[in-house]
Design a protein around this ligand. Structure first.
Ligand code: RB5
Length: 144
C-alpha cells in the first residue's frame, strides 16, 4: 500500500506519529510536508497529495490542518477525490463504508495524536460497502 500525506503548521507532530505508524506496518509513504511549525499555506501541501490520489498514483491520502476544513475543501476540488473530515472513529469508519473516502482529513487542533492514529488505522482497514452507497457516490462528480 502507498499513501501520500501532507499538512500545514498545525500538524507536523501528528504527521510524524502517523508516518511512523504507517512505516512500521510496511506502508510506503510520500511525505509532502510541512515538517516544521513555521506558518505555511495549507493548499501548497494539499495539491500534491490530492493529485496523487486523483491520478491513482497512491491508494489513499492523509491531510492534516487545524480544523481539517481547509485541506478538505482544497482536496475536494479534484474530480476523483473524496476527502472526508473525521474527528472520531465512528465517522472515520462511515467515511469509508458509505462515502468511499480516499483522503482522510484530520483536525489537529480538535483531536489527539492517539485518536488520530486510531482513525488512520480504521480508515485503512475499513471497506466501502458499495450497493446503494455506490449509486450515491457515483453522483458526486461534476457533470453526473
Ligand atoms: C491555520 O491557522 C489554520 O487556518 C489551518 O490549519 C486550518 O484550520 C484551515 O482550515
Amino acid at each position: 500500500m502507498t499513501i501520500s500525506i501532507g499538512n500545514d503548521h498545525a500538524g507536523p507532530d501528528y504527521k510524524k506519529a502517523i508516518v511512523e505508524q504507517l512505516e512500521a506496518k510496511g506502508i510506503t509513504v510520500h511525505n509532502y510536508g510541512t515538517d516544521t511549525p513555521d506558518s505555511v499555506d495549507y493548499p501548497d501541501f494539499v495539491h500534491p497529495v490530492a493529485k496523487d490520489v486523483n491520478d491513482g498514483k497512491v491508494d489513499f491520502g492523509i491531510l492534516i490542518c487545524g480544523t481539517a476544513n481547509g485541506v478538505a475543501m482544497t482536496a475536494n476540488k479534484y474530480q476523483n477525490v473524496r476527502a472526508g473530515v473525521c474527528w472520531i472513529n465512528e465517522i472515520t469508519e462511515l467515511a469509508r463504508q458509505h462515502n468511499n473516502a480516499n483522503i482522510l482529513c484530520i483536525p489537529a487542533r480538535f483531536t489527539s495524536i492517539p485518536q488520530a492514529l486510531k482513525m488512520v488505522d480504521t480508515f485503512l482497514n475499513t471497506e466501502f460497502e458499495g450497493g446503494r452507497h455506490e449509486r450515491r457516490v457515483n453522483k458526486i462528480p461534476l457533470g453526473c
